[in-house]
Design a protein around this ligand. Structure first.
Ligand code: F6P
Length: 471
């Protein structure tokens, strides 16, 4: 079997305690790497004034890590700038928050070139290279230019936006041209794939074929939808084992007879946290019977705290939570418990199991693994109910959730009310359909599907079942 080389901006070193703030990439890639081992290359998380030296290479368990530092300028232009102030908001449909600045794009290209030059000497002839996420779209192009002949696949963890949104990116052509240097490009959902195909056909004048083959910019590649999974069995086991732990008992005791609604998200404007808190407010206003009966626990570890849009959003969220609690709290009941600290995934699995309702209501999300973890963590005899945004990638798979439009505050409040009062039989029916799906489509299946497609002649299962090209 060929060695797997994973390349991602954020690298999760196995020994580090995980806190829930890492995002889906780290969680899923870690699970995949634990199974198969290999080389994981990326940013060390360190920033220095000086130019970075050679990668820090070390082994941990089955994984060899190769980590590169960033200079202050690269961090500003590539990570904070092009990745998180241009691509992130644009790909999440937030044109209002998107910053276009040429130095950002120059920094983005420079760091991709730097990463390619540092990775190249570490590669072996029959490696299979798997690049992850929007920070590193130009990696394959840079590696090819430097002479790399290995198979290279790319997986996008965030949404690929619809054509009209994507065309607002001044460098859209360079980005897609670079993407076409991969052998296989994977998206989270069929909708993302469709948007990409639309670009190829309508903007790039390329061809899209029924087997997932794409011809554009003088290159032939394959593209498919590969919805990312979780380690379903592990999460279910964590949750079952958590019931004996001190934190589980403390949370349970603190609730008394009250029902818990739980949300766990990186503190990010794409997660719809302000709208979610407004919906809790609406719930208490429209359905006063829930006052003193329901507690919402929102865990939101801080993220990208030095990007200005995140600072603004946090201030607005603080004020909404303060308003709701100030309006409705009593001396012995607080409607919203809002925490920015993180917890381990084991602890979170226990908290999910206590939650009568799981709130996953992003304005836009590539997949959202919390939705899947919430389902996996439930007690089969008495499962909770997932309230899920139709704009999360997970909505294509978790169709038995209560689906909401996160912009519709009153609709979300109604959905919370329905979820809180759903009869056991109905809860079980919905939960078992989703749990069954998640057992079949776990993270190991995701990794297999993508790597089989990358190493096979054809683009494999997902690409094959694509309908013929978008017209
Ligand atoms: O899952 C999407 C993602 O952007 C990952 O690429 C990233 O590692 C994670 O969210 C957390 O973001 P950051 O690495 O910027 O802290």
């Amino acid at each position: 079997m060929s060695r797997l080389v994973v390349v991602s901006n954020r690298v999760a070193v196995i020994k580090r305690v995980r806190t829930g703030g890492e995002g889906g990439l780290a969680v899923a890639v870690m699970a995949a790497m634990r199974e198969r081992g290999g080389l994981w290359f990326g940013w060390s998380g360190q920033v220095f004034e000086r130019e970075p030296g050679p990668p820090d290479v070390f082994d941990h368990g089955p994984v060899t890590y190769a980590l590169v530092d960033l200079s202050q300028q690269d961090y500003e232009q590539y990570y904070k700038g092009y990745a998180n102030r241009t691509l992130w908001p644009l790909f999440h449909y937030r044109l209002d928050l998107t910053e276009f600045a040429r130095p950002y794009f120059i920094g983005y290209q420079r760091v991709n070139q730097l990463f390619a030059s540092k990775l190249l000497p570490l590669l072996e002839a029959d490696d299979v290279i798997w690049v992850h996420d929007y920070h590193l779209i130009p990696m394959a192009d840079q590696l090819r230019t430097a002479g790399c002949r290995q198979r290279i696949g790319f997986f996008l963890h965030i949404p690929w936006p619809s054509l009209d949104i994507f065309l607002a990116l001044p460098n859209h052509r360079e980005i897609v041209r670079a993407l076409c240097a991969y052998d296989l490009v994977g998206f989270q959902t069929e909708a993302d794939l469709r948007h990409f195909f639309e670009y190829i056909e309508l903007e790039a004048g390329g061809g899209v074929y029924g087997d997932g083959r794409v011809e554009a910019f003088g290159r032939t590649l394959r593209a498919g939808a590969f919805p990312i999974g979780i380690d379903t069995a592990d999460v279910a086991e964590f949750a079952e084992n958590a019931t004996g732990t001190a934190q589980y008992k403390r949370l349970e005791e603190s609730l008394g007879e009250r029902a818990l609604m739980i949300g766990v998200d990186r503190l990010d404007y794409s997660k719809g946290l302000i709208q979610r808190m407004e919906a809790v407010e609406q719930l208490l206003q429209s359905y006063p019977g829930n006052r003193d009966k329901v507690i919402t626990l929102q865990i939101a570890p801080r993220s990208r705290s030095d990007v200005p849009e995140y600072v603004d959003m946090r201030e607005r969220l603080d004020s909404v939570v303060g308003r709701v609690n100030g309006t409705y709290a009593d001396f012995d009941w607080m409607p919203i418990r809002y925490l920015t600290k993180g917890f381990t995934r084991r602890t979170l699995a226990g908290f999910f199991r206590i939650g009568r309702v799981g709130l996953v209501t992003p304005l836009r999300d590539g997949m959202n693994l919390v939705a899947k973890e919430y389902i996996a963590a439930q007690d089969p005899k008495d499962p909770g109910v997932l309230v899920l945004s139709r704009f999360a990638g997970a909505a294509e798979e978790l169709t038995e959730a209560i689906m909401v439009n996160p912009y519709d505050i009153e609709g979300m409040a109604d959905a919370m009310q329905t979820a809180l009062h759903m009869p056991l039989k109905e809860r079980r029916r919905r939960w078992s359909a989703m749990f069954h799906w998640l057992r079949q489509h776990d993270v190991a299946a995701w990794q297999r599907a993508f790597l089989d497609a990358l190493t096979a002649e054809s683009a494999g299962r997902s690409a094959k079942r694509r309908p013929v090209a978008v017209k």
